[in-house]
Write a protein that binds this ligand. Structure first.
Ligand code: ADP
Length: 490
């Protein structure tokens, strides 16, 4: 089974969030199931050293002309790099410029990339041909649309929704520039309230849709979580399945993690304390023995509920607890966290920015990791927290609801509890959960029980990779498109 992953970011090469972690880990887990996954990625500037050692395997058309495609192996992955310097070799991030503003031609960049993915899916490249095209989020969601609308056949496709909040909506005046066939511009096609909807196109034209957790898949049919696309989701309900994300157990392993002050596991759990001390030292925080050091590693946006955390900070501190924050995002939230660090010196430590090694130390050094998201398609930081024995404190939404077992009386008595869960998402209930965590922390045997149980919670990819593998087989066995087919939906 050959699968083409088309994706706009992939750890450790280029990362803005969980999508990259998934793209970097899932293909390896699929390889263990005997699936040959090639990860197609734009050759962004920072990939230049990898590109230099890659082998050119062909050229592919992508909206504004031919682009060279390079093949290489790196970090356990087989990469197909699409070389289009005028689109992707720029300073800044994959989607934003150095001033933090979206590139004005993002629609052309990712339409071109999606078109290239569709062409590689249909024609193969370098003697390799995929059986399934698997695209991720809005950036590559046009690829299934190009495949279907071109009416020249091609393999079946899957679109995975990592976050419905980012939909890729652009003016209809750009339709021709994106080489999209006009006859797809209608409500049952890629049209979205008079504009072009990239993610909408994927939801309409892909043969299957997956969401990154079962709860999120259910939530997406409501207006609150569907964010305008709930009707499209409802119409495709039979083709939608929730498959929980996992974590790369080699990269996120407290026994071998090179970024920790001291390695530890369930057996030498005591050594975790050295990381706590190291983390507090890094942030200049005075920790107390009887009260937890909480950590937040997050994009600083409303989605993540971090404004609620700011609101309840006095209550957290009143318990003797402390807080370390690593994140970047909305400027007002960044400023508010900076102000909190100034207002509560040696109690609240804040780093604005992106720091992968520090993110690892925070998972290890924190007593508990906070994830108070308003919505969370899957969430990875709570999975890292489980693995690192730092019982996560999370909102009961999306993948958070599917992965953390609240330390209520029943769960504590049966030894099942792995963290703290609150709902609905409101400041008062977050504060109550923080109180409960502080109470549990003061009871050291209880806390150790919860933390060790968390570490044993399976967070790897094995089960979910098998589900994707089954989905691929089902698609190839059933809904395969043939060359010259009429291209209509199944
Ligand atoms: P999302 O993709 O919505 O941002 P996830 O929880 O799925 O949320 O994934 C976030 C990923 O990004 C995790 O790997 C987390 O450790 C990482 N991350 C978020 N913010 C930072 C930061 N400031 N520095 C380092 N890593 C970060």
């Amino acid at each position: 089974m050959n699968v083409l992953f088309a994706v706009s970011e992939c750890a450790p090469f280029v990362k803005t969030g969980g999508l990259a972690d998934v793209a970097g880990a899932l293909p390896k887990a699929l390889a263990a199931q005997g699936i040959d996954v090639r990860v197609m990625l734009p050759a962004y500037g920072p990939l230049a050293p990898i590109l230099a050692n890659a082998e050119q395997v062909g050229e592919v058309y992508g909206v504004d002309g031919a682009k060279r495609v390079y093949l290489t192996r790196a970090e356990g992955l087989t990469l197909l790099l699409v070389d289009a310097p005028h689109l992707f070799k720029r300073p800044g991030g994959p989607y934003i410029n150095e001033a933090g503003v979206d590139w004005v031609d993002n629609h052309l960049r990712f339409a071109g990339f999606s078109r290239a993915a569709a062409n590689v899916a249909r024609d193969g490249i370098g003697g390799w041909r995929p059986d399934v095209l698997h695209v991720h989020d809005w950036q590559t969601a046009l690829a299934p649309a190009y495949l279907k609308l071109d009416q020249r056949g091609g393999p079946p496709s899957i679109v995975t929704i990592h976050n419905m909040a980012f939909q890729g909506v652009f003016p209809s005046t750009e339709i021709d520039a994106m080489a999209l066939p006009r006859w797809g511009f209608h409500p049952e096609g890629y049209e979205y309230f008079g504009q072009v909807g990239f993610l909408k196109a994927g939801l309409v034209y892909a043969d299957r849709i997956t969401a990154v957790s079962p709860t999120y898949a259910r939530e997406l049919t409501s207006a609150e979580f569907g964010m305008g696309l709930q009707g499209v989701i409802a119409a495709r309900r039979a083709d939608l399945v929730g498959v929980l994300n996992g974590v790369d157990l080699d990269v996120w392993n407290p026994e071998t993690d090179p970024h920790l002050a001291a390695p530890y596991g369930v057996r030498n759990f005591r050594a975790k304390a050295q990381n706590r001390t190291a983390l507090a030292g890094r942030f200049g925080i005075d920790i107390e023995d009887h009260a937890p050091l909480f950590a937040l590693v997050s994009r600083l946006t409303r989605q993540k509920g971090v404004d609620l955390l700011l609101a309840v900070l006095p209550r957290l501190l009143a318990r003797g607890a402390t807080l370390a924050v690593l994140g970047s995002g909305d400027h007002d939230l960044e400023a508010a966290f900076r102000a909190a660090a100034t207002a509560y010196p040696r109690r609240v430590g804040v780093r604005i920015g992106y720091d992968e090694p520090l993110a690892h130390l925070m998972q290890a050094g924190a007593d508990s990791v906070l994830v108070p998201s308003r919505f969370e398609p899957c969430g990875l930081t709570q999975l890292y927290a489980l693995r690192y024995g730092s019982p996560p404190l999370v909102a009961r939404t999306g993948g958070l609801a599917d992965t953390v077992i609240d330390a209520n009386d029943a769960a504590v008595r049966t030894g099942a509890a792995t963290g703290f869960v609150f709902a609905p998402v409101a400041a008062g209930l977050l504060a109550d959960a923080i109180d409960r965590a502080c109470d549990a922390f003061a009871d050291r045997p209880l806390w150790t029980q919860i933390a060790k149980r968390a570490m044993k919670h399976p967070v790897g990819w094995e089960v979910s990779a098998a589900r994707y593998a089954a989905l691929y087989s089902e698609l190839v066995g059933g809904a395969e498109m043939t060359g010259g087919a009429d291209g209509s939906d199944d």
